[in-house]
Design a protein around this ligand. Structure first.
Ligand code: PEP
Ligand code: MG
Length: 674
């Protein structure tokens, strides 16, 4: 049993078997070569069988795919049968006596390197196709699928990316341990959405956990090879923690029930695909603020077809039953790469071909997605959102592509609807020209994860620089405020869909900046609703206090003893029908103006005067209970309607004896009418 202390991406507790995700990656055993039973013919037969099997797989995928994906599959088929590749494998097997796995891996590396160095960009891009084909061939040779995980486990790997993580069923992931990682990467966001504990940062720990059958994650502690007693206790604790979490969730759900009607700021959910639909429905959330559609593209051997995408978008829109469903167009590139989409090697991928830039470059792929979205929009309240926008021109180009796709669908007689088109504000450039963008887009959603990365010039995947990645940096809030002000000036709504939206400490500040919606991961919906209630109540209290500070105080209109509102012996006043009141049992008959202002009314019977204070409030001074019956007897009003008065100025003289002799109460009541 060994213990390590690692850096935390998501804290939590987990215990279970260890699954080495890197084992499903290419790995061969050179020592198997050249042994006595080595038979080159047998190795060649295995190779030919694997090629045939992959060829059939690709042909069947091509058959089901749309035009774009079909081309990709066909290219892979050509590469698979490429003479240079098969020839190299044959030579390595027959002349170098390599086993088939080593030979395929070797041939793949040689060819991929050769293509990567070619002057022609198209040929260079084939390099990653070769790598993909090689990896799949090796999986077939080892008799493995892409995912061999069968029981819930702690997943360990040198480094995970979203494509690899989303290939594993969430119910099978108890925890994650990697050597490399970062708090704000997409893998970390995915793990956070699933509520999975995640540790990283040590090669030594990675190697120990890999060699261990079982492991325990306890906050920042990783225990490898636990003894039976420790492991048994850990399993029990995990069960208890799950129970506790479930009941906490249930409590939050109960507390947040019906809250949506009471709050102004809407709480929406972020989702990654149709697998989130059951949780989405259960959350009763008011809308989907971010559907990260690129995950449909990552968890795939090729681009998802128009039909596949249409079905996915339609399913979510229908599940939302008319509620707003914001689907972001594929935000591929940077850390969200796929094997099947060749991308040039970039020095700074986060500053390179990603998001909308990539969509505009790969327009066939983009058009397929837009067509699917236009078709799905018929079935619900879908809105399209563009990632990584930096200029008005980009939005205009997308609008024209969208219209063109619509025209195409119309010519084909396919039903469609053109949805609203919004944009993400993820770059300082977009925030700074939000005024112009607000005229080109129908809504804004602020992606604080990337906005932080680009504003602070700090890669969100940077290792060991977490202390500098500060989403609470004043610059971020100022950019949010600029965006919100520009949006409201142009009557478009503003949401925040980055991780900051679900941070309890940020909610109030975001609402203060003018944000209308917070879109958070499904696991944070209830908690965020409760945070919004609290924040809105605090802001309202602060507003009332500020108003009170700014409003001049109201002076007592008579000297005497104060009587609380509920003790005033006239229900019209004590029940608050006329507004907030207070009574004074007067010592004398002198009545003063309660404020600076103007006399707005004098009762004919002289027993009551209303004033409009300089801040606009209406104040009634009513002398005596039921004194209207005296028909003016005992009252001498010194002002008239329209008179300007100063606070404390004598406005009436009353003969108290007349009132008391008539058996009435002389109580002077001040009521704040508005
Ligand atoms: C963001 O950048 O804040 C965002 C929501 O997009 P993603 O995290 O998917 O890049
Ligand atoms: Mg982003």
């Amino acid at each position: 049993m060994k213990e390590f202390e690692l850096a935390i991406i998501h804290s939590g507790f987990a215990a279970g078997p260890v699954f080495d995700a890197d084992l499903t990656r290419v790995k061969t055993d050179p020592s198997a070569d050249q042994n006595e039973s080595y038979n080159p013919e047998h190795e060649m037969t295995l190779y030919n069988r694997a090629v045939d099997s992959l060829d059939r797989e690709l042909a069947s995928a091509a058959e089901k795919a749309d035009r774009n994906s079909r081309d990709i599959y066909e290219t892979e088929r050509l590469l698979l049968k490429d003479n240079a590749f098969s020839e190299t494998v044959r030579e390595l097997i027959t002349e170098k006596n390599m086993n088939v796995n080593t030979a395929v891996e070797h041939a793949g590396n040689v060819l991929a390197q050769k293509l990567a160095g070619n002057e022609n960009a198209y040929i260079r891009q084939r390099s990653s196709d070769i790598t993909g084909v090689t990896e799949r061939l090796l999986e077939i040779l080892r008799g493995e699928g892409t995912n061999t995980l069968k029981v819930p486990s702690i997943i360990v790997s040198e480094e995970l990316n979203p494509a690899r993580l989303s290939a594993i069923a969430p119910s099978l992931i108890l925890g994650l341990v990697t050597e490399k990682g970062s708090m704000t990467s997409h893998v970390s966001i995915l793990a956070g959405n699933m509520g999975i504990p995640y540790l990283y940062g040590s090669r030594e720990a990675l190697e120990a956990v890999r060699a261990s059958e079982k492991a325990i994650i306890d906050d920042k502690k990783l225990i490898t090879d636990p003894d039976e007693k420790t492991y048994g206790e850990a399993l029990r604790r995990m069960w208890e923690e799950n129970e506790r979490k479930q009941s906490q969730k249930r409590r939050q759900k109960e507390d947040s029930a019906g809250i949506d009607e009471k709050i102004h700021t809407k709480v929406y959910a972020n989702i990654a695909g149709t697998q989130d639909i059951p949780k989405l429905i259960a959350s009763g959330v008011r809308g989907v603020g971010l559907f990260r559609s690129e995950f449909l593209f990552l968890d795939h051997n090729g681009a998802p077809s128009e039909e596949e995408q249409f079905e996915a978008y339609k399913a979510v829109a229908e599940a939302m039953n008319g509620k707003e469903t914001v689907i972001r167009t594929m935000d591929l590139g940077s850390d969200k790469k796929t094997n099947w989409l060749p991308m040039p090697a970039e020095k700074n991928p986060a500053l390179g071909c990603r998001g909308l830039r990539l969509s505009l470059k790969e327009q066939d792929l983009f058009r397929t997605q837009l067509r699917a979205l236009l078709r799905a929009a018929v079935f619900g309240n879908i809105k399209i959102m563009l990632p990584m926008v930096t200029s008005v021109r980009e939005v205009e180009i997308v609008r024209s592509i969208l219209e063109n796709c619509a025209e195409e669908l119309s010519n084909e007689g396919i039903a469609y609807k053109i949805p609203s088109l919004g944009i993400m504000i993820e770059t300082p450039a977009a925030a700074m020209i939000a005024d112009e963008l607000a005229k080109a887009a129908d809504f804004f959603s602020i992606g604080t994860n990337d906005l932080t990365q680009y504003t602070l010039a700090l890669d969100r995947e940077a290792q060991g620089l977490e202390a500098f990645y500060d989403p609470y940096h004043e610059a971020i809030f100022r950019l949010i405020k600029i965006t919100a002000d520009a949006g409201h000036k142009n009557n478009i709504p503003i949401s925040v869909c980055g991780e900051l939206a679900g941070q309890p400490n940020a909610v109030k500040r975001l609402i203060e900046c003018g944000v209308d919606k917070l879109s958070v991961s499904l696991s944070k919906v209830d908690e965020t609703r409760l945070q919004v209630v609290k924040a809105e109540a605090e802001l309202e209290n602060r507003r009332v206090e500020k108003d009170a500070e700014q409003s001049p105080s109201i002076a007592a209109p008579a000297d005497g003893r104060l009587i609380p509102m509920e003790d005033i012996p006239d229900p019209v006043f004590s029940a608050g029908t006329l507004g907030e009141c207070v009574g004074i049992m007067p010592d004398s008959g002198i009545i003063y103006a309660p404020c600076d202002g103007i006399v707005s009314g004098v009762a004919q019977t002289g027993h009551a005067i209303t004033f409009t204070a300089s801040d606009g409030r209406e104040i009634l001074v009513h002398v005596g209970i039921n004194t209207v019956t005296l028909a003016g007897r005992g009252f001498k009003v010194l002002v008239q309607e329209g008179s300007t008065v100063s606070k404390g100025e004598i406005v009436m003289e009353v003969d108290l004896a007349v009132i008391t002799e008539a058996g009435l109460s002389p109580m002077v009541i001040t009521a704040l009418l508005s």
